[in-house]
Design a protein around this ligand. Structure first.
Ligand SMILES: NC(=O)c1ccc[n+]([C@@H]2O[C@H](COP(=O)([O-])OP(=O)(O)OC[C@H]3O[C@@H](n4cnc5c(N)ncnc54)[C@H](O)[C@@H]3O)[C@@H](O)[C@H]2O)c1
Length: 265
């Protein structure tokens, strides 16, 4: 029989499900038969939240959505409480919500530094801490923190985003050793993924198709990744065959970082 990964009976929290990678993770978790409690910034009756629920329905998955700003600890609690009220347990947390803060080290202002710290670092720690007792209660909890290839290499102008993505590798290590063995903690560091944000980025060029082709050519696999691929990695890491993975952040970048430099003068 073909290898299958089932998350049947598991309850998964995924932050940032109204778009991009988080939505792909939620759908793939749902396809593995997990129940998914998602959150995002958008109101529950927004087109993006309704599209998330439709995607989950199409995947045949049980899902719920709670509007949540993860930088607000009280809102995090309301989301977690809503999931517990519905399904009484939390088995897996995918802390995915994040945003680009690409300012450069010279131009970055104190408020932007703080906003980036809150969303791309502190909110992850607080959410993990909030969920830990429920994850540990079942003896085999899993946390997946979505980092970035910016954790390992960067480019001019990607500060302070790259600083927090790098720090997340330390968060993964610390939580993995302190909360073991009841909770495994891993990071996933995607490279260039075909998300709405990156589609908008391509669209900002005079010739979007040419820019997309140039970007794809930077990758040894000659394409960029998909949200579903990132989601499938999360299913694997959270599932029964991922049980030896902990304390590490896995790079998923189509080989791009294996090149010493990806542009030639
Ligand atoms: N897209 C990429 O190529 C890429 C590459 C590497 C890493 N990442 C990381 O993957 C994650 C998702 O990125 P994406 O490109 O899919 O993003 P996206 O902009 O498409 O979606 C972001 C999601 O996060 C939610 N969100 C944003 N701020 C929030 C907040 N304060 N509280 C709650 N939810 C919030 C939004 O509602 C939305 O659902 C981020 O952590 C990002 O850094 C993305």
């Amino acid at each position: 029989m073909a290898l299958q990964i089932s998350l049947s009976g598991k309850v998964v929290l995924v932050s940032g499900v109204t778009s991009g990678i988080g939505k792909g993770i939620a759908v793939m978790m749902g396809r593995a038969e997990a129940k998914v409690a998602g959150c995002g910034l958008e109101p529950a009756d927004s087109p993006a939240a309704l599209a998330f629920l439709s995607a989950m329905q199409a995947a045949g998955a049980a899902a719920m959505y709670t509007q949540t700003d993860v930088t607000d600890a009280a809102q995090q609690e309301l989301w977690v409480d809503a999931a517990l009220a519905a399904w009484s347990r939390i088995d897996i947390l995918v802390s995915n919500a994040g945003a680009n803060f690409f300012e450069g080290a010279t131009n970055c202002t104190e408020p932007v530094w703080q906003q980036n710290m809150e969303l791309n670092l502190s909110a992850h720690w607080r959410l993990c801490r909030l969920c830990r007792p429920y994850l540990a209660a079942n003896g085999a909890g899993v946390i997946i923190i979505i980092s970035s290839n910016q954790a390992y290499a960067t480019m001019p102008g990607c500060f302070p985003y790259n600083v927090t993505k790098t720090a997340l590798t330390g968060l993964v290590r610390a939580l993995a050793i302190e909360w073991a063995p009841a909770v495994r903690v891993v990071g996933l560091a995607p490279g260039f993924i075909d998300t709405p944000g990156n589609q908008q980025w391509f669209a900002s060029f005079n010739d979007p198709a040419e820019e997309r082709a140039r970007t794809e050519a930077l990758h040894p696999v000659k394409r960029i990744g998909t949200a579903e691929e990132a989601g499938a990695w999360c299913v694997f890491l959270a599932g029964e065959y991922g049980g030896f993975a902990s304390g590490t952040t896995y790079l998923l970048d189509g080989g791009r970082s294996a090149l010493l430099q990806d542009e030639h003068p």
